[in-house]
Design a protein around this ligand. Structure first.
Ligand SMILES: NC(=O)c1ccc[n+]([C@@H]2O[C@H](COP(=O)([O-])OP(=O)(O)OC[C@H]3O[C@@H](n4cnc5c(N)ncnc54)[C@H](OP(=O)(O)O)[C@@H]3O)[C@@H](O)[C@H]2O)c1
Ligand SMILES: *[C@@H]1O[C@H](CO)[C@@H](O)[C@H](O)[C@H]1NC(C)=O
Length: 316
């Protein structure tokens, strides 16, 4: 009897602890504004899955024309139909963009600029957690997560300026915590899971530094930008991990939010009125948050900008 009581108390304690953790870390703060996006065009990279898809549904519901920039036609189309159905908005279209190829980025930007008169909100959402090398010879995570988005943003900037007030939202991560920018190695391909972990952290640090320097350069244009951490979200981001990782860390699922909750800070940064003075900041749970020190280094942000310009061939 006593053992049973203790067991019950233990179970109740665990449940309570989980509830506490759940409401503090898993359940996300929701973006509560009802801002309409009628007449506006949103571009989302990687809008076919995970956080990007959930973001697209919400912004389409607000009446925006939503362009999904995806690398795979079949996956992109199936997401496009899902998003149209879920949002009731038929102005959701697909365009092909592979961030693993800088030529694809240039071709995409050209056809986007030719076919779309407006760009009001650019969401640099696509991301990868995978080692290896791109067609351009760079580290995959560094290129897909940072460098290709850097080039894309550059190529679309005049259109954003013409449609001002407009916004750029950059998906970073709390993983920037262990990121480091070493200009001798950051762009060089790395193999293996541990290297992939490093590269991912580095690229997510680059995302925050990108937003920071971009905000400086955009001062006075009415184009603003925001970096963010979406929380820990149940998506396909870990698809390249070995199976044992899922077996060992499978329980972590309990501590992950769903994609709809994971999209809230992206939606907030894309739509909330009055946050323009926080251009260049880092957001978590629909609030500005001070990132780790390496992400607050303005000199480093400027150097990374110039380094990225050289790598994509904008300067020599
Ligand atoms: N999930 C989390 O817990 C978490 C935490 C912190 C930050 N984030 C960030 O959130 C963002 C969204 O990730 P997610 O969690 O939603 O992951 P996801 O479910 O894996 O979605 C990633 C998206 O990026 C696309 N993508 C990957 N490589 C691409 C390429 N070369 N060209 C074009 N698109 C490409 C994917 O397309 P395919 O379907 O074709 O692969 C997919 O649409 C990422 O930037 C990630 O770093 C996520
Ligand atoms: C920015 O917006 C303000 C307020 O709407 C406006 O007065 C100003 O002319 C705009 N500046 C530019 C460069 O568009």
């Amino acid at each position: 009897m006593e053992a049973l009581g203790a067991l019950g108390a233990g179970a109740a304690l665990l449940l309570g602890l989980y509830a506490l953790l759940y409401y503090n870390f898993v359940a996300a703060t929701r973006c509560r504004n009802a801002v309409s996006l009628r007449g506006k065009t949103v571009l989302i990279t990687g809008g076919n899955a995970g956080i990007g898809k959930a973001t697209a549904v919400d912004l389409a519901r607000r009446g925006a024309r939503v362009v999904l920039a995806c690398r795979d036609k079949a996956r992109g189309e199936s997401a496009m139909y899902d998003i149209r159905r879920e949002s009731g908005n038929s102005e959701v279209i697909l365009m092909i963009l592979d961030l693993g190829s800088l030529n694809s980025v240039r071709a995409f930007a050209q056809s986007f600029l030719e076919s779309e008169p407006r760009l009001d909100i650019l969401i640099n959402n696509a991301g990868i957690f995978q080692a290896g090398q791109t067609a351009d010879g760079f580290d995959r995570a560094f290129q897909v997560n940072h460098l290709a988005h850097f080039l894309l943003t550059h190529l679309l900037l005049d259109r954003l300026k013409r449609c001002a007030p407009s916004r750029i939202v950059i998906l970073s991560s709390s993983a920037h915590m262990y990121g480091k920018i070493d200009f001798r190695t950051i762009h060089k391909p790395a193999e293996g899971m541990w290297k992939a972990l490093r590269s991912y952290g580095n690229s997510k640090l680059a995302n925050i530094l990108h937003a920071r320097e971009l905000a400086n350069r955009l001062e006075g244009t009415n184009v603003t930008c925001y970096a963010l951490h979406p929380g820990s979200v149940r998506t396909e981001l870990g698809r390249s991990f070995p199976r044992w990782v899922f077996r060992v860390f499978g329980f972590m699922k309990l501590f992950r939010r769903d994609c709809d909750a994971g999209a809230q800070t992206s939606i907030y940064c894309a739509t909330e009125e009055g946050i323009e003075r926080l251009s260049g900041w880092y957001f978590v749970d629909c609030q500005p948050k001070v990132p780790w020190p390496q992400a607050r280094d303005d000199q480093l942000a400027k150097k990374l900008w110039e380094f990225s310009e050289r790598l994509v061939g904008l300067t020599t």
